[in-house]
Design a protein. Structure first.
Length: 466
């Protein structure tokens, strides 16, 4: 099935999610849809799957114009969309969920299901309850149900997010065989490596518009190289560093049930330096945040070595629960999570309560000094829900810095700040690094890389040192 879209547009009251997207997905090929969050990838997929209707534009299947009034219409036309987090009945077994997805299985040749399982996911126990399955096996439950339909077009949203390397290789080997038999395969992915290694064409979207549909991965690679060559950073700041390691995470992995997996994380954070880790949610940045902050190390393994400024070294086994937020807090670590509203605070706390949460005996005078440092106009007895996102972040930063930390872990720190506040934060962190503090920033896509001495890229659950 060859799918063509002509000026496909989806407008909402306050935004345009997709605008004039004209693409061609040839039959028997694997196509990648790439772009940042909000680029329009999922919107395009949902339109093709009949989940939402376009505001304007046309869809052609093998040259014939078609209009989907519902997801059922799209399914009947042979298009199947597999969501990253499929909706499954947790109290039913894997097999029962597949039967729900494909009721005719009750009367069809059940051997087909077992043949598909053997090919795509031999380790899946079809009699296991979904509630007991990890994210990787939940994906395969949805995939098997979809493959039972023998789709003409298979659309997968971040299919490898929960898979380890061997599972990914097997997935793409099988997708290639599927495409060779004539199936059109469309992959939504944030992994540049996967788009370059496993697909036949790459469509790049940005803020709802199609930048270009590259006919080959090689064309896309040349585009990326030209973009990198033209990229200009803010002038770098020189640091006098001792290159003494503060925090080292070694061979860490994490396989939570409802979040993308970390497969191989190796990070070194030095005193007197800013270390950044680039990566989106789909690349497992949320899972990484849980791990590095110690907030949730369940389903995780690996080791951590923490070295205090005086040289005292502590080695910890992540799987045994030895590394935690409590450990970090007891070793003068400031932590600012990406969720400032509920993880770093709570809307129902007063400003006084929020600012003294780690130091119960903080005086009224000290709290007022922190409020003034943050340049926030609010009284101590008002509630946190009266704060804007930027005000909340500035207060949390002052609270964390009040402990005179040796290590700072900041997750998505630029979010919610205006330009002036971002500039001020960068200056502040640069000064702290020059004073010998160790700084780790995750979700750092909008942080000036020229300020960083160590840069890691998180892609497909794996960290790469830049």
């Amino acid at each position: 099935m060859t799918i063509q879209t002509q000026n496909l547009t989806k407008k909402y009251t306050l935004k345009t999610a997709l605008e004039n997207a004209s693409l061609t997905f040839q039959s028997g090929k694997i196509h990648a849809l790439v772009g940042e969050n909000g680029a329009g990838k999922s919107t395009l997929a949902k339109i093709l799957a009949g989940d939402i209707a376009p505001s304007s534009g046309k869809i052609f299947l093998d040259g014939r114009e078609i209009s989907f009034k519902s997801a059922k219409d799209s399914l009947n036309a042979g298009i199947v969309l597999i969501h990253q987090r499929p909706l499954l009945a947790s109290k039913l077994s894997a097999k029962e969920n597949i039967i729900l997805k494909f009721p005719k299985l009750m009367y069809a040749n059940k051997e087909q299901l077992y043949m598909l399982k053997a090919t795509w996911t031999p380790n899946l126990n079809l009699d296991s309850y979904v509630r007991d399955l990890g994210g990787n096996m939940r994906f395969y439950v949805s995939l098997l149900g979809s493959l039972m339909r023998k789709p003409a077009c298979l659309i997968l949203d971040e299919p490898s997010a929960f898979l380890d390397m061997e599972e990914r290789k097997r997935l793409y080997r099988n997708l290639r065989k599927l495409a060779d038999k004539g199936t059109t395969v469309i992959i939504i992915t944030h992994s540049t490596e996967e788009a370059l290694s496993y697909t036949d064409s790459v469509s790049l979207l940005h803020e709802g518009s199609l930048v270009k549909q590259f006919e080959t991965p090689l064309e896309y690679r040349k585009h990326l190289e030209s973009q990198n060559a033209n990229k200009k950073d803010i002038p770098s700041i020189s640091f006098s560093t001792k290159r003494k390691i503060c925090l080292e995470i070694k061979d860490a992995s994490s396989r939570p049930k409802n979040r993308p997996a970390l497969l191989n994380v190796n990070i070194k954070v030095h005193y007197g330096e800013i270390t950044s880790i680039l990566g989106l949610k789909e690349a497992a940045s949320d899972t990484l945040e849980d791990l590095v902050t110690g907030m949730d190390c369940s389903y995780s393994k690996g080791s951590v070595i923490f070295t205090a400024p005086n040289g005292t070294e502590t080695s910890m086994n992540i799987a045994k629960g030895q590394y935690s937020t409590a450990f970090l807090r007891s070793h003068k670590t400031a932590i600012i999570p990406s969720d400032k509203t509920f993880r770093a605070s709570n809307p129902n706390l007063t400003i006084e309560q929020m600012m003294s949460v780690y130091q119960k005996k903080t005086s009224e005078k000290n709290i007022q000094e922190l409020i003034e440092k943050a340049h926030v106009n609010i009284t101590q007895n008002e509630y946190a829900y009266n704060l804007s996102g930027g005000m909340l972040q500035r207060l949390i930063l002052e609270r964390e810095l009040a402990i005179d930390p040796d290590l700072l872990i900041l997750c998505n720190p630029m979010h919610g700040l205006d330009i002036q506040a971002q500039f001020s934060l960068c200056e502040r962190l640069s000064t702290l690094a020059q004073q010998g503090k160790a700084i780790l920033i995750t979700g750092a896509s909008d942080f000036p890389l020229s300020l960083c001495q160590n840069i890691y890229r998180l892609e497909g659950g794996i960290t790469y040192h830049e």
